[in-house]
Design a binder for this molecule. Structure first.
Ligand code: PEP
Ligand code: MG
Length: 578
């Protein structure tokens, strides 16, 4: 049994066999084989080695015929692994002595060497890690043959272990079978964290080397409340987690039943609108089941999941379906936020620094055809509900005006064609870049609402990559710089008499509810499963108390002091919050 500590990003508990995404692509079962099976299983392993080695020799020959020795030599390092007696004997020993299936033995032994190579300071060995992964995959493919279970077609629940989940991997997930996530990389606002929360799947990220420590088929426990991952737990630990899991599920259920139909209103009458963040159209129903008053952030990037540009009809149908599902409640559709940490398509123009590159609204302005197609889809859907448009990563008033101009021109075309749409479709911008936050007072008079993307705003303000686990401890939403920016944005919204929504992960983090309330934020948009808990906090404090808390927080010079104070205040209201 081994316990690893990471960053908890989605609450709850999961117990299931591991599916190690980066090394396997296929599901491996941990099953003890009988004594009588050992000989046959070793033969099956030897056969797979033979076939895999021959595959490589054939490939090497093909490449040498085509391009000479230069490229074909690349296969030599892989072939050498199949000739390494030490590795092969160790795998056979695991099959013979531990009664492991060949698949599980391969995964265990390769994991050990990957870890060893990664720890060596010699660059040569570290470069060999990807060779080991390739060889392992080839071997598993030949061992598993037709029985291969991929991530999109699983037959049993699994916990996905990955370096980090890419958006296209997330899109492939069989969501009924993936019960937990654990990743090497990431922080509280990484894509994996957001998806886990949206799907209400327990998750721990930023574990550093979990992909090297866990083998496919190992039994794993995810403790999404404390940020623990237990690998191959003993019976006593398992029993403890089964009880914790049952209790947590009934706690969540009760909380939802109690608060679902109550307004998010303080005892002295201040009302907060609770919207949901949604990644896929199917989640609209989940949002409503948790008492959401609409969708405050519909991340439209899911339409790119096949790596292909969506058509106008695909846009329109997805948005119309969501708008109709909401039955008149607001649906805020964010235009594509592509690039940066959201790489959906193979980008031929590699950028040295994609987070500061041609991403989001900048990408849309460079690909006006795609942008216009999306705007047409959104505007057409506006005839079917309360649809609103939100532009991501705007950094200035100029960009705001350019984006609005595209909307106006699209409207003109639709009107000329006689296509129905809502002429008064509200338009808002995300405030998630410090330049936009500092000029929110200039931008606010020109839009219908502001939506604060705290995930990126923290990243850009504090210069901390939101997906890099090495700087996860510097990712501090309670930093005085953030507190000042938030105050400024809310004040800009108040003066322009437009609503300010907070839609980053801060909105669903109980630590900040009292603070945001006291600041004057009137709308929150968060993962549906978190709505009941945040509502409970809102209903337990007066606006006057919340304002006092804001005063106090403004006095702290250190983020750690501010967040400790905020947590302590929340705990006095909701002891089970953390
Ligand atoms: C944000 O940046 O806070 C946000 C809500 O957008 P995303 O997490 O999709 O970048
Ligand atoms: Mg963002």
């Amino acid at each position: 049994m081994e316990i690893r500590k990471g960053v908890p990003v989605s609450a709850g508990y999961a117990i299931a066999p591991a599916f190690v995404l980066d090394s396997e692509r296929y599901r491996i079962r941990k099953r003890a084989i009988g004594k009588s099976e050992i000989e046959a299983e070793i033969r099956r392993f030897e056969e797979a080695v033979k076939v895999s080695r021959q595959d490589l020799l054939d490939l090497k020959q093909q490449w040498s015929d085509r391009s000479g020795n230069r490229l074909s030599e690349l296969f030599d390092s892989h072939i050498m692994v199949f000739e390494d007696k030490r590795i092969l004997d160790e795998i056979k020993k695991r099959i013979g002595e531990n009664h492991f299936t060949p698949e599980y033995a391969v995964s265990r032994v390769f994991r050990k060497y990957v870890k060893l190579f990664m720890e060596l300071s010699d660059g040569y060995f570290r470069q060999r890690v990807s060779d080991l992964h390739d060889v392992e995959r080839r071997l598993l493919r030949n061992l598993l043959g037709k029985k291969r279970e991929t991530l999109s077609r699983l037959q049993e629940p699994v916990i996905v272990i990955a370096r980090d989940l890419t958006p296209s991997q997330t899109a492939q997930l069989d969501r009924n079978m993936v019960v937990g996530f654990a990743t090497d990389a990431g922080g509280v606002t990484s894509h994996t964290a957001i998806v886990a929360k949206a799907l209400d799947i327990p998750a721990v990220v930023g574990l550093g080397t979990i992909t090297a420590d866990v083998s496919g088929g190992d039994r794993v426990v995810i403790d999404g409340n404390r940020g623990h991952v237990v690998v191959n737990p003993d019976e006593e630990t398992l029993k403890k987690y089964r009880v914790l899991s049952r209790n947590f599920q009934s706690f969540e259920q009760k909380l939802n039943e109690e608060f679902k139909n109550l307004p998010a209103q303080t005892p002295d009458g201040a009302k907060i609108k609770m919207f949901a963040n949604v990644e896929f159209p199917q989640e609209v129903a989940i949002a409503l089941a948790h008492g959401a008053e609409g969708v405050g952030l519909f991340r439209s990037e899911f339409l790119y999941r096949g790596g292909k540009e969506p058509t106008e009809t695909q846009h329109f149908e997805a948005y119309r379906q969501a708008a109709e599902g909401l039955g008149g409640k607001p649906l805020v559709i964010r235009t594509f936020d592509l690039g940066g940490d959201k790489q959906f398509m193979k980008n031929p123009e590699t950028e040295p620094n994609p987070i500061l590159g041609c991403r989001s609204i900048r990408y849309s302005f460079k690909h006006l055809d795609q942008f216009r197609t999306q705007l047409r889809g959104i505007l057409r859907a506006s005839a079917y509900g309360d649809v609103r448009i939100l532009f991501p990563m705007v950094s200035s008033l100029e960009e705001t005006m350019t984006a609005k101009m595209q909307v106006d021109e699209t409207k003109e075309l639709l009107a000329r064609e006689g296509t129905p749409f809502n002429e008064k479709t509200p338009v808002g911008v995300m405030i998630e870049v410090p330049s936009a936050a500092l000029t929110a007072d200039l931008i606010a008079p020109h839009v219908d609402f502001l939506s604060v993307g705290t995930n990126d705003l923290v990243q850009y303000t504090l210069a901390v990559d939101r997906v890099n686990e090495r700087v996860a401890d510097l990712y501090q939403p309670a930093h005085p710089a953030m507190i000042r920016l938030l105050k400024h944005i809310v004040e800009a919204g108040r003066r322009a008499k437009i609503p300010v929504t907070v839609c980053g992960e801060m909105a669903g983090d109980a630590t900040f509810t009292l603070f945001l309330l006291g600041l004057g934020v009137t709308e929150l948009s968060l993962a549906p499963a978190l709505i009941p808990e945040i509502k409970k906090i809102v209903r337990s404090v007066t606006l006057a108390e919340a304002r006092e808390i804001v005063e106090k927080v403004g006095e702290f010079g250190k983020a750690s002091e501010a967040s400790a104070y905020l947590r302590q205040r929340v705990l006095s209201i909701l002891p089970e919050a953390f």
